[in-house]
Design a protein around this ligand. Structure first.
Ligand code: GLN
Length: 483
């Protein structure tokens, strides 16, 4: 049962081959058995899951249908879940039970999805290896000595290990696409504003976006359908109609113009990944796509700009965690200043503290113009590059990451080395564009992802291209040994 995709589960439930309760019990048992190897969950919500599964079975018995009705999922542990610990991977929020559900959580629950638990993540979504979680590192099911990527590493590892078919995740600089690439999944970061951020604990508010992680584009379409849409509670949510993503999967790729940026194939890219990317291009050409070389000249400035803007926003967002209003409070504070200092010093891990300090510095009087304002100008140039490119092409294709998943600990003492691995993903966040990563092959037994980017609100185009590619390739069907 655990090998089924969301689409297969929906068919099985509709045909009464099994019930949602049976499926939920099977997956909960599988999580109990296998998760100790990969540490992908922070909290399990068995009672909630079985209650939701029972309710979904009853709704089906009463004639209701729907692709998510009775489908087991999990939420990255930064989506608020009412009455359930919402830790953000941090000691700071270890004792935080959210008083309400995030919009994404509420929408998926209303569609009948069954929440199995909350998945592990880098602390406050800062990272690309899932090693900064207070709950311990997550392991990559493809090789337990390697990282699963981050910050949505728990969601990715759980889906890759077939503990469940799909999970929610968030992407501020690549945290859906990069773990998807590292664990052989399909992950979609929607257009900024497509999915509500209400109840999603903020890292960098102008970059954060929730989206689906699953094995196939078909499943991402199903999950995105349940997540997307206007939300009056999120002032940056956009009031645009949500298309039927599943219906759009079968469009022809004849004449699709694919742009391949020449800057993507520079010295930093593992040549074995470059070869797999070229193979995926050939595959899409066979399906009718036309390839065009393009240029994104400001790409080289994106990492420094992102690593000013994201920490700047984080330093502001995380000021609320002060030992008074939310979260962890130190023991026996001597006075108010001691309370603030020790609560934050003890509650936040080192990567979070580093980003708060970088961000506060970049925003401080005298440095604001030199760093923050400059970074915002670069952000505009990066966006303009994309706008120019999308005058000529329908999608942009390239690698998701320059290297496959590295060994646990390999980059933990050198934060900049980890930041450089984000080179292909962060530009989409700076511009607010949708991006998708899908399986494209293996290097040394580790999965490699190909990234597709599209103009604003063209998630459907990304899913369509990925689905057609997956009908003609079988990388996404490969399963890690032992799972
Ligand atoms: N690796 C990036 C960072 O550490 C992106 C994280 C994310 O997308 N949440 O900021």
């Amino acid at each position: 049962m655990h090998h089924m995709t969301l689409a297969e589960i929906a068919r099985g439930l509709a045909d009464k081959k099994f019930s949602s309760v049976e499926l939920t019990q099977t997956l909960l048992a599988r999580i109990a058995q296998l998760d100790p190897q990969i540490n992908s969950f922070i909290s399990l919500t068995q009672d909630l899951a079985l209650g939701q599964a029972k309710a979904a079975d009853e709704r089906r018995a009463n004639g209701e249908s729907g692709a998510l009705l009775g489908a087991p999922i999990a939420h990255k542990d930064l989506f608020c879940t009412q009455g359930i610990r919402t830790s953000c991977g941090s000691k700071m929020l270890d004792n935080f039970k959210a008083p309400y559900d995030a919009t994404v959580v509420a929408k998926l629950a209303a569609a009948g999805a069954v929440t199995l638990g909350k998945t592990n993540m880098d602390e406050f979504a800062m990272g690309s290896a899932n090693e900064s979680s207070w709950y311990g590192a997550v392991k990559n099911p493809w090789n337990l000595e390697h990282v699963p990527g981050g910050s949505s590493g728990g969601s990715a590892a759980a889906v890759a290990a077939r503990l469940l078919p799909a999970a929610t995740a968030t992407d501020t600089g690549g945290s859906i696409r990069q773990p998807a690439a590292f664990t052989n999944l399909t992950g979609l970061k929607p257009t900024y504003g497509r999915v509500s951020r209400w109840g999603m604990i903020a890292y960098a508010s102008s970059l954060d976006q929730g989206g689906p992680l699953a094995r196939t584009a078909e499943d991402c379409a199903i999950l995105l359908q349940g997540m997307a849409g206007f939300d009056p509670n999120d002032s940056t949510s956009i009031d645009e109609p949500v298309p039927d993503y599943s219906a759009g999967l079968s469009g022809s790729l004849q004449g699709l113009r694919i742009g391949v940026p020449k800057e993507y194939f520079s010295a930093g890219l593992d040549p074995r990944i470059a070869e797999l990317i070229h193979n995926s291009i050939k595959e899409l050409e066979k399906l009718g796509a036309v390839i065009k070389e393009i240029s994104l000249p400001n790409m080289q400035h994106a990492i420094p700009a992102y690593y000013v803007i994201a920490p700047a926003e984080a330093s502001s967002n995380l000021s609320r965690f002060d030992g008074v209003r939310f979260g962890y409070r130190c023991e026996n504070p001597a006075n108010l200043e001691d309370l603030y200092k020790r609560s934050r010093g003890e509650g936040f891990g080192s990567e979070v503290q580093r980003r708060i300090m970088v961000g506060a510095y970049a925003l401080s009087a005298g440095y604001y113009d030199a760093y923050y304002l400059k970074a915002q100008k670069i952000r505009r140039l990066v966006k303009n590059d994309f706008m120019t490119a999308f005058n000529e092409v329908d999608i942009i294709l390239g690698p998701t990451t320059p290297n496959p998943a590295w060994k646990l600990g390999a980059k933990s003492s050198d934060p900049v080395a980890a930041y450089l691995e984000d080179v292909y993903t962060i530009t989409a966040n700076l511009a607010g564009l949708p991006g998708l990563s899908m399986p494209a092959g293996f290097v040394d037994g580790l999965p490699v992802g190909v990234q597709l980017l599209a103009p604003y609100f063209q998630e459907g185009r990304l899913l369509n291209v990925a689905h057609k590619y997956q009908l003609n390739t079988d990388w996404h069907t490969r399963t890690p040994t032992g799972f």
